[in-house]
Design a protein around this ligand. Structure first.
Ligand code: SF4
Ligand code: SF4
Length: 101
């Protein structure tokens, strides 16, 4: 479950208590575009789409810029449970990973 990059976007940012198994994050961006996390709200306020969400041409997926920061990146990855699975395993975007503007 945690074989992918720990800096992957919002990788398990939120998991409902009843969710005991999940799927790996594919970097589709659904969660961060629709439900920015607490750290995003703290830094940017309420936004339609998290400004920290960045499309990577190299990896062909979305990544979280905050998770890669030298200061605070490790904390961000821990509190957002990055590397622990997808927070929205039923999202249809998971299988349609592409840049969405
Ligand atoms: S919805 Fe799931 S697969 Fe898509 S970015 Fe969020 S955690 Fe990753
Ligand atoms: S700060 Fe990172 S984890 Fe949080 S919503 Fe934005 S891109 Fe997703």
């Amino acid at each position: 479950m945690s074989e992918h990059n720990p800096a992957d976007v919002c990788d398990g940012a939120w998991q409902p208590p009843e969710c005991t198994e999940s799927l790996p994050c594919t970097g589709c961006g659904w969660c961060c575009m629709n439900y920015p996390c607490d750290q995003s709200l703290h830094r940017h306020g309420y936004t339609d789409r998290c400004p920290e969400l960045r499309w990577s041409e190299e990896r062909r997926r979305y990544l979280c810029a905050m998770a890669s920061e030298a200061q605070g990146g490790a904390y961000m990855r821990a509190v957002q449970r990055m590397g622990k699975g997808c927070c929205a395993p039923s999202s249809p975007w998971r299988e349609q990973v592409r840049e969405r503007g």
